[in-house]
Ligand binder design. Structure first.
Ligand code: FAD
Length: 564
């Protein structure tokens, strides 16, 4: 935790459009100009990314304390929850983006921004190698390197195709603004092609079959948007093909939205069935060709193909190659995703932090620590703790690991505690440690890691900025819990995620929401709640006004179906 005063902070941004530009060894080792514009008194911080995590970090950081450089191939922040609305023109692409230079110019102190992607991280020499993706015909070299004292990796994740043949070539993704615009144009293409006089009815049906792979929030929201676009706008202008259109969602699990409360899944499925959106559950896509999508029914093993006009692939995220390479360097090669501790520091690499979708807090280690705390508390090795001792242990754990509060206070664990108390007799008021640890491991297996959401990413960015802002103060007056292994206190309180609930817009001016305290809300009123929350969450007044005016325009005039 020993952060020297005025550390260099380096935040690296990632190229979210997928393909990283190949980077040759010779570029990384020799001949790459190194940018050093720093004030020698200040620590260098390099931040990689301009997404949710990096932007929230940069917005809250006191940049006068550090020499800050931001690297990202995307010179804007994109409000991803509204991307599905961009696919159908409910909101325009430029309404949901804010130039990163607008954001950083409002900060105290100077922040440099370089439009480039990080192509290699060198943990030993504390250097990042970058390559600009700006038109190579422009004069000058595209490669450079930056040294850091602190590196903040916030490069997000990339689409996960699970190596399914044909997906990269024949599917659309919905991760970036460009993806949403491409889908918007393709939907219009499908309609324009379907009404050409030369087509058979079968060909028209094929072109108007829209398939969505993945029944998570993004897939479901896109299906709902597309259905509204067709019903409210397109069938009026393409009336001859209105009965040929079909939307299908393919989901490998048993229900769509299975990360939500089951009442929400059931509500969504019932609504989609009324709307004529077909939901095929328990199917795994095995390949996608230009014309057909082939899948396997998991229960029967039967394989069959259906023709399609457009496929949108939305099945989760994977690690970017530059992070994977970094994981190999620091001994995390066997892991699926980059692991950090509760202070968001990358395990195995001091002075590197990772926030947002590119990393996860290692919950397994936390659970091991919690188990050890119980053992230490059992001073007599009796295998039991009195209720008072047990409560003290729980309080201690909550100070050290506030993020596990919702497990420890869960109804399930309360019930287990009551049960464990039973056989020993209420008069003895003792709790069996092994039994409790067993229950904990069960809870652990159900709640492995935080979800990859904007909420988590932005809270992590804000938390890390607060830590950087108080680096010096907390050096002398640590505010964290006592160290479990070693003496003294941790410098900072660990990161704690606060869940504010999640929405699933379902089309037809209806939405579902899961709110804190196990509240579930569904229907038209929830859609209005969605409008207010999403308007209030915009990063600037400019985008807020643009989004609200897009919604108003859509209410009055409908969506624009021009193919531009
Ligand atoms: P990102 O926001 O993806 O940002 C990554 C940044 O890194 C980008 O600026 C990128 O250009 C940059 N970058 C990439 N590669 C490099 C590189 N090599 N070097 C430097 N920079 C690089 N979450 C919610 O909470 N609620 C929602 O309603 C919601 N809806 C969503 C809808 C859609 C369609 C999508 C795709 C996601 C949605 N999410 C939602 C999830 C949310 O967008 C992500 O969890 C969030 O974007 C993660 O933030 P991040 O900063 O980790 O990554």
């Amino acid at each position: 935790h020993g952060y020297p005063a005025y550390s260099k902070l380096l935040v690296l941004c990632t190229l979210s459009s997928g393909g990283l530009v190949a980077y040759s060894e010779s570029q990384s080792d020799v001949g790459t100009p190194s940018i050093d514009s720093s004030d020698p008194k200040k620590k260098k911080v390099v931040v990689l990314g301009t997404g949710w995590a990096a932007t929230s970090f940069v917005k809250d950081l006191d940049a006068s304390l550090y020499d800050v450089q931001v690297v990202s191939p995307r010179n804007y922040f994109a409000f991803t929850p509204l991307l599905p609305s961009v696919t159908c023109g409910t909101v325009e692409a430029r309404s949901i983006v804010e130039p990163i230079r607008n954001i950083i110019k409002k900060r105290r102190g100077e922040i440099q921004y370089w439009e480039a992607e990080c192509v290699k991280l060198d943990a030993v020499n504390k250097t990042v190698f970058c390559q600009s993706n700006i038109d190579n015909n422009l004069a000058g070299s595209s490669d450079f390197s930056l040294e850091y004292d602190y590196l903040v990796i916030a490069i997000g994740a990339q689409v996960n195709t699970f190596n399914t043949p044909g997906v990269k070539e024949n599917c659309h993704f919905l991760k970036e603004v460009e993806d949403a615009l491409k889908i918007r144009r393709t939907v219009i293409d499908c309609f324009e092609k379907a009404v050409l006089p030369s087509l058979s009815e079968e060909e028209r049906r094929t072109n108007l079959h829209f398939v969505i792979v993945g029944g998570g929030p993004t897939g479901v929201e896109f299906a709902a948007e597309l259905h509204d676009f067709v019903e409210e706008d397109l069938i009026k202008i393409y009336p001859t093909v209105k009965d040929l259109l079909k939307i299908t969602i393919i989901q490998s699990g048993d229900h769509v939205l299975n990360m939500f409360d089951e009442r929400i899944s059931a509500f969504a499925e019932a609504k989609f069935s009324r709307d004529g959106i077909e939901v095929q559950t328990g199917c795994r896509v095995v390949s996608v060709s230009e014309k057909e999508i082939t899948m396997k029914v998991k229960s029967k093993g039967e394989v069959y193909s259906i023709p399609h006009g457009l496929v949108v692939w939305s099945t989760g995220v994977g690690t970017r190659p530059v992070v994977r390479d970094f994981m190999e360097q620091i001994g995390q090669g066997k892991r699926r995703i980059l692991a950090t501790d509760e202070w968001l520091r990358v395990k195995g690499s001091e002075s590197v932090y990772a926030i947002g979708d590119c990393a996860t807090i290692d919950q397994r280690k936390i659970m091991e620590d919690i188990s050890s705390i119980f053992e230490v508390a059992d001073r007599n090795n009796s295998g039991t703790l009195t209720v008072e001792e047990f409560q003290e242990v729980i309080d201690d754990i909550l100070i050290r690991y506030p993020q596990v509060e919702h497990y420890l206070r869960s109804k399930h664990l309360q019930d287990v505690t009551d049960l464990l108390r039973g056989p020993l007799g209420n008069d003895r008021q003792e709790i069996d440690i092994e039994g409790f640890k067993l229950a904990l491991s069960h809870v652990d297996s159900q709640t492995k890691s935080l979800p990859a959401t904007a909420q988590v990413a932005s809270q992590q960015g804000a938390y890390l900025a607060r830590c950087f802002n108080r680096m010096e103060n907390c050096q002398d007056n640590p505010e964290g819990p006592r160290r479990f292994r070693g003496s003294g206190r941790h410098r900072f309180l660990p990161f704690r995620y606060k869940h504010f609930g999640q929405f699933a817009p379902l089309g037809g001016e209806q939405a579902a929401a899961e709110l804190p305290g196990d509240w579930v809300s569904m229907g038209h009123s929830t859609q209005w709640l969605w409008y207010s929350v999403y308007a209030s969450k915009q990063v600037s007044w400019r985008t807020r006004m643009l989004v609200i005016s897009d919604w108003t325009r859509r209410f009055i005039f409908g969506r624009d179906s021009s193919r531009i």
